[in-house]
Design a protein around this ligand. Sequence first.
Ligand code: DLZ
Length: 294
Amino acid sequence: MIKGMTLVREVASADALDKLSRLLLSLGFEEGKGWKDEASQGTALLAPLGNLELVTGDRPATPALLIEVMGLDAIHAAVEKWLLANYKSEEVPSLLAAPELTSWNSRLFSVKLPAAGGEGLELGFWQSENPLHGKPVAIEGDLSAVGMKVAIVTARWNAVITDRLLQGSLDALVRSGASRADIEIVRVPGAWEVPSAARTLAETKKFDAIVTLACLIRGETAHYEAIYNEVARGIGQSQQDTNIPHAFGVLTCETLEQALDRAGIKAGNKGFEAAIAAIEMVSIQGKIRAEGGK
Ligand code: DLZ
């Protein structure tokens, strides 16, 4: 069983080893377990990922040691600064190349680190231009609500807040392509009643998702914890029992001001966010079912 891979490169001196190790650590390598004995020493520089790439065919030459990075231009600037501190300034242009596009949808720059009397070292730093590069393949939901039927349950208690949450949810659904005719709005007295209405709606099997909206304010609700726990439990249980996504747009706030902030004044609109989560979950469910049928 393979455990790991180690690439060994020799540098000219203990001083060169120290300087280069510092540079690479500052760029993001993690320090591993180095070693030192009477005759020699080594620094271990750990990268989060590594792979052995075997290639063939007619292809442009690349440095044998390629380091994948994020923020290529910042890395280039840091390497240039380091070169200027450690080599003569007139040497630097011949040691450091500018980042260039490769034929494999990436940008790359190479840096040569000559060693007195030795082979020296050439490093290539590169960054993919593909935003999905390196991301694990995953099932992800789309944000299209076209054709989706959604029920929104909203509490009348603290209506100054819940009406804003409702506007946010409607905005998200309609902007994502849902038809207003496919959105059912149900108003209930307070947060306490939300789970039961959500469950009744879910059990009709007429809706792809349920969005639940309410606002509990601790300062005004003595039994706040008791109500909140039951509301959260009831909505979660309805979702699990019916297998229809229930988005949780129940605000739990210390003050009215905090609630206003979360209803669109400052910190986004939680009703909007809940509706987006519902849309995403409907899409994810469809994809998981489709994958399962493969
Ligand atoms: C009673 C009550 C209180 C004190 N506070 C809130 C609140 O902050 N947010 C909310 O949505 N509802 C509150 N309620 C009403 C209860 O949720 C419920 O509607 C009533 O107790 C009637 O069952």
